[in-house]
Design a protein around this ligand. Structure first.
Ligand code: CA
Length: 236
């Protein structure tokens, strides 16, 4: 499930964006201002931000700069939506702050292509770069996980779940979302199966005192919290 947050104050554009993106099976949220967007991102960062430049109050560009300067949102994919009237020289420096930009008016086809390209570039589990949390390292290329050099033995489902969560730290996922991710949309599996899988993954992590990072969020689901490294003693 890929979530896109649209930050745009013109209802007609919001509608166009929403219809186009929902047709591609993205989950779409809306914010009419940078301030509202900031709150929504704070609560649950989306997978991609479609950000209008001209907004009432804080501008889209100011929001993008602000997000790039915070550790938590530094790598959040952003596509800026600009009006044709905006000067070319302003657009020139834009790529420092955003992943891509699209100029109004744009075709649904162009929008889809750009969204897909940015998501592909940023999709963490499509990359073979190792993911790290404290002493824990997950290497997607070799499908190996180790802690301080010692291997963790994980089944394929535990590996997939850990990979998904480590690539999206601090985000809360419901059991349904995790089901779709680990088993696929088609799977006819009960939600408590997720709990069983989480328990197995926690047991594997527990052996290395890393289980605190896999948090249960009461009433919602689960979250990977790399800050929770209680048991880990890093060698200086
Ligand atoms: Ca606007």
């Amino acid at each position: 499930m890929t979530t896109i947050l649209i930050v745009e104050d013109e209802p007609a554009i919001v509608e166009l964006l929403r219809v186009t993106l929902e047709a591609e099976r993205y989950t779409v949220h809306e914010a009419g201002s940078a301030e509202t967007a900031r709150q929504m991102i704070e609560e649950a960062p989306p997978d991609l931000l479609l950000l209008d430049w001209m907004l009432p109050g804080q501008s889209g560009l100011a929001l993008a700069k602000c997000l790039r300067q915070q550790a938590r949102t530094k790598t959040l994919p952003i596509i800026m939506v600009t009006a044709r009237a905006e000067e070319a020289d302003k657009v020139a420096g834009l790529e420092t702050w955003v992943d891509d930009y699209i100029t109004k008016p744009f075709s649904p086809r162009e929008l889809k292509a750009r969204v897909k390209a940015v998501l592909r570039r940023r999709a963490p589990e499509d990359s073979d770069a190792p993911l790290q949390a404290g002493l824990l390292v997950l290497d997607p290329a070799s499908h190996r996980v180790h802690c301080d050099g010692k291997p963790l033995t994980l089944g394929p489902l535990e590996f997939r779940l850990l990979h998904f969560l480590m690539a999206r730290p601090d985000r809360v996922f419901t059991r349904t979302q995790l089901l779709d991710t680990v088993w696929g949309d088609e799977a006819d599996i009960e939600e408590r199966t997720v709990d069983v899988l989480v328990r197995r993954l926690r047991q594997a992590l527990e052996a290395h005192r890393l289980d605190a990072m896999l948090e249960t969020v009461r009433g919602t689901g689960y979250r990977w919290n790399p800050e929770k490294r209680d048991g880990v003693t890093a060698t200086p």
